[in-house]
Design a protein around this ligand. Structure first.
Ligand SMILES: Cc1cc2nc3c(=O)[nH]c(=O)nc-3n(C[C@H](O)[C@H](O)[C@H](O)COP(=O)(O)OP(=O)(O)OC[C@H]3O[C@@H](n4cnc5c(N)ncnc54)[C@H](O)[C@@H]3O)c2cc1C
Length: 419
């Protein structure tokens, strides 16, 4: 592992104030471009960071590199789209709370000459069903969430039926319900951030980053399939591929792909029947989709650390369908229409975001490791990273608990509410 120690995070502005300019120092590659910030990865994290950098007043040249313009594997576009403040750690609750406020204003904030994006945001709530084993955890989390101002309630079995009359109550002690939680359309979020960031001056290149080189000051250049870009600041926003991009830069980052399956089904219920996001005690969960459809997901045997996002249809019949039909008996008449698989950006150490400058490489900023809950944190996470890059400190929300330096210090942020 190469080591060009990062400055203390309070001093990261030096990376921007010490730009690379002119031709490469060794005189080669005269056609080399120069950018103030290179963002590797055009998913929601890359575009949220780009938008917030420009919105916060960055005046330099910013480019986002994306090698998958059709978004065939971009996790953002394959996400289920749920958002919830029902987490078990303060930093996650605050990240989502700020992000939900942002999403509520998304259409206005992202308006461009092309109009306002519609992210079809629904605040139908998240309903975490609690059995004998999980109920004490829900009660503990509820205390923390309430203390932080989240409008979460503990429901009795009778109150569960008031919300979702089709639920089979056997094995349930109660549920935790937050009506402000819900779901939205992930791909529209991505397109909204991208359009606005481009309107503010961001450039996008549909190329792959192949190498990231550094010198005594830190980051020096990025090699791509279309040439070389001199820069002092790289944002690693490569999602499930973030560990690979860190390796290109010669540093370690433990972020791995983790395959997850999603199923789109037609239900026997009337058209337009909307549910909260229901999380069963098995972990299998579902939300409403257009018509009388649901989108369902949960852990299956095909989950695992692979870059192969193959869809596993049989896993629906083996695992997901039985759990759904046990909890909502009329779901024994579901029609599986289609589905897909995508890759979580898994941080296997504590399953939480990693936000900040890499401790061994000045100018190499990370916004990675969201472990399946990135979409719901992207607005506040991108804003925080932009503040750190531009001002050397977090201003709106203190995310120092999520610093990449926490691993060496043993200060993990253990989140039990990961689904
Ligand atoms: C099935 C599934 C369901 C999910 N459901 C939810 C949910 O309900 N709620 C929620 O909040 N989150 C959910 N998530 C998680 C969420 O999708 C991610 O946390 C989030 O989208 C990560 O965004 P990102 O921008 O970091 O990664 P991505 O969206 O994957 O973007 C990274 C981009 O980097 C590009 N890239 C990688 N390497 C290079 C390179 N060398 N050069 C150029 N480009 C490169 C990739 O092509 C990719 O487009 C889900 C994820 C999956 C897979």
């Amino acid at each position: 592992m190469r080591a060009h120690p990062a400055p203390a995070e309070a001093g990261v502005r030096r990376a921007l104030s010490n730009p690379v300019s002119g031709p490469h120092p060794d005189g080669s590659d005269v056609g080399m471009q120069t950018k103030d910030v290179v963002v590797i990865g055009g998913g929601v994290m890359g575009w949220s960071t780009a938008y917030h950098l420009l919105k916060e007043g960055m005046s330099g040249r910013l480019v986002v590199l994306e090698r998958d313009p059709l978004r065939r594997v971009t996790s953002t576009s394959l996400a289920v789209g749920g958002f919830r403040q029902q987490f078990g750690t303060e930093v996650n609750i605050r990240l989502v709370r700020d992000s939900v406020a942002f999403y509520r204003a998304f259409a206005e904030l992202m308006e461009t000459g092309q109009g306002k994006p519609d992210i079809t945001m629904r605040q139908n709530g998240y309903l975490f069903l609690g059995g004998e084993q999980t109920w004490p955890t829900l009660v503990r989390r509820h205390r923390l969430q309430r203390a932080l101002g989240v409008e979460v309630e503990l429901l009795s079995p009778a109150q569960i039926l008031g919300l979702v009359p089709e639920v089979e109550l056997s094995g349930l002690v109660g549920a935790a319900y937050c009506p402000e939680d819900g779901y939205l359309d992930p791909h529209s979020v991505l397109l909204g951030f991208e359009a606005k960031a481009r309107a503010l001056g961001a450039e996008c290149q549909h190329v792959a980053a192949l190498g990231v080189e550094s010198d005594a000051h830190g980051i020096k250049l990025v090699k791509t399939t279309a040439g070389t870009i001199a820069t002092r600041v790289v944002v690693n926003a490569a999602g499930a591929w973030a560990g690979e991009v860190a390796r290109l830069a010669g540093v370690d980052l433990d972020v791995r792909p983790w395959r997850r399956q999603v199923y789109l089904c037609r239900t026997p219920l009337p058209e337009g029947r909307e549910f909260p996001m229901v999380i069963d005690t098995t972990g299998v969960h579902f939300r409403s989709e257009t018509g009388n459809r649901i989108v369902a997901a949960g852990a299956t045997a095909s989950d695992g650390p692979t870059f192969d996002a193959a869809w596993d249809r049989p896993a629906f019949e083996e695992v997901i369908w039985p759990a759904l039909a046990d909890r909502i008996p009329c779901f024994d008449r579901l029609l599986l229409e289609s589905g897909w698989a995508g890759l979580y950006d898994d941080n296997p150490i504590d399953h939480n975001a990693i936000i900040g400058c890499h401790p061994q490489l000045a100018g190499f900023f990370l916004i990675n490791g969201f472990s399946g809950h990135g979409l719901m944190q992207a607005p506040a996470a991108g804003r925080a990273l932009a503040e750190l890059i531009l001002h050397g400190q977090f201003r709106s929300l203190d995310l120092s608990a999520l610093s990449p330096a926490r691993f060496a210090k043993g200060e993990l942020v253990v989140e039990e509410a990961v689904i």
